[in-house]
Design a binder for this molecule. Structure first.
Ligand code: RFL
Ligand code: PHB
Length: 390
């Protein structure tokens, strides 16, 4: 089989890229290791930047988001028992974010691709990129026990942090920057009314907590937990009790509890691979970088990566100059490092670090106090939260 672009992975990066390229008349195939149900069953991101919303519109898949998504023009920070609002819209000249689950974005992009009749191969085993340092790259995989080969002009690794593409790059050609945090997030999804109209990020001496949502009747909550914690050790009651302890009393009283419909623990990590271009293979999204979820940037970075990648691939297919592909890496990394900085900073001011003492807690409180009382500091937070331009 021959395709212009072989995309590995059908997460948001792969699906958005497939949609952008097909819209420009570029022929793609998406190869996904898991089943469609498995991909749609993963509960992940919930907050879309304006650029991500506009991209979903631009590829013709934004209708349901515009109907069901919730526009948020602010969020709350709580610390020292008090609650402060960050007015995103006022601080950024009218910009907002959209609360719309990654699962829904994925479903809308899959439906769009299905309707247009473009290929996704689910449950593709042993997907392997080959010869991406030559002019004739190709990808092999097994489907239903039969080996397949896709010859292509460009391979794009959209296969997440544990994918095969980054691992296929010779060791000396890639540099990895990494910071692992000494805690995780325990997340719960429940069909209960959210505790507040907007998201609440809580700094507390017992650890961070986040009140988020998926709709007006479905809540998503997180509490910072130990890396050694196991989901089985957290009953629903224990979770709700811990969440309430970390919120100011009035808010804690308002938490609606109910049975969890999903509960999981995610470790927190900052990671960047450089470069993101290796001859005719590009890395996009979590395949090339990870941010801790505190800044709500992971899915949104996948979107900006594939925007740059789609432009680079279009240019390359037009003139055959590999410089365009190289330029993708330089352009994307500039925005990635800014989102890395922001996500690391949000993480560092909101979490309890086990090795740090009371001094650091006081410094965090001073920084948060400055943040909510200085217009300049709030504006910088808001500017980054709604997403830097691309
Ligand atoms: P994905 O979504 O991991 O998709 C990669 C796909 O590649 C497939 N794959 C393979 N396919 C073929 N062959 C192989 N060898 C393969 N290996 C892997 C996988 O099955 C999968 O389908 O990466 P992508 O597309 O780069 O998207 C990245 C986002 O999913 C991620 O950054 C966000 O979910 C991060 N994130 C958040 N981001 C936000 O922008 N806002 C948020 O509010 C937000 N909250 C979160 C988050 C991530 C979380 N977790 C669980 C890590 C909250 C949490 C708890
Ligand atoms: C979520 O709703 O899952 C969510 C929201 C904001 C974050 C992280 C996760 O910063």
């Amino acid at each position: 089989m021959r395709k212009q672009v072989a995309i590995i992975g059908s997460g948001p990066a792969g699906l958005f890229l497939g949609a952008l390229l097909e819209k420009s008349g570029i022929d793609t195939i998406i190869l996904e290791r898991r089943s469609q149900d498995y991909v749609l069953g993963r509960i992940r991101a919930g907050v879309l930047e304006q650029g991500t919303m506009e991209m979903l519109d631009a590829v013709g898949c934004g209708a349901r988001m515009r109907e069901e998504g919730l526009i948020h023009d602010g969020f709350d920070l709580t610390f020292d028992g008090r609650r402060h609002r960050i007015d995103l819209s006022e601080l950024t000249g009218g910009k907002t974010v959209m609360v719309y689950g990654q699962t829904e974005v994925t479903r809308d992009l899959m439906d769009g691709r299905d309707a247009a009749g473009h290929a996704i191969v689910y449950e593709a085993e042993n997907v392997t990129p080959h010869d991406f340092d030559s002019a004739r790259p190709y990808v092999t995989y097994d489907k239903d026990g039969v080996s397949q080969r896709v010859d292509c002009d460009v391979i794009v690794g959209c296969d997440g942090f544990h994918g095969v593409c980054r691992k296929s790059v010779p060791e000396g050609s890639i540099t990895e920057f990494e910071k692992v945090y000494p805690f995780g997030w325990l997340g719960v999804l429940a069909d209960v009314k959210p505790v507040a109209d907007e998201l609440v990020y809580a700094n507390h001496s017992r650890g961070f907590a986040l009140c988020s949502m998926r709709s007006l009747t479905r809540s998503r909550y997180y509490v910072q937990c130990d890396l050694s914690d196991k989901v089985e050790n957290w009953s629903d009651d224990a979770f709700w009790d811990e969440l309430r302890r970390r919120l100011p009393p009035k808010l804690a009283e308002a938490v609606n509890t109910g049975p969890s419909i999903e509960k999981s623990i995610a470790p927190l990590r900052s990671f960047v691979a450089e470069p993101l271009t290796f001859g005719r293979m590009l890395l996009c999204g979590d395949a090339g970088h990870i941010v801790p979820p505190t800044g709500a940037k992971g899915l949104n970075l996948a979107a900006s990566d594939v925007f740059y990648a789609s432009e680079a691939i279009r240019d390359f297919l037009d003139d055959g100059n590999e410089k365009s592909l190289k330029h993708y890496s330089t352009r994307a990394l500039k925005r990635i490092w800014k989102a890395e900085r922001f996500s690391w900073w949000m993480t560092s001011i909101l979490h309890r670090f086990p090795a740090d003492g009371d001094f650091n807690q006081k410094i965090q409180e001073a920084e948060l106090d400055y943040l909510v009382h200085s217009k300049n500091a709030s504006a910088s937070l808001a500017e980054n939260y709604v997403g830097l331009p691309y």
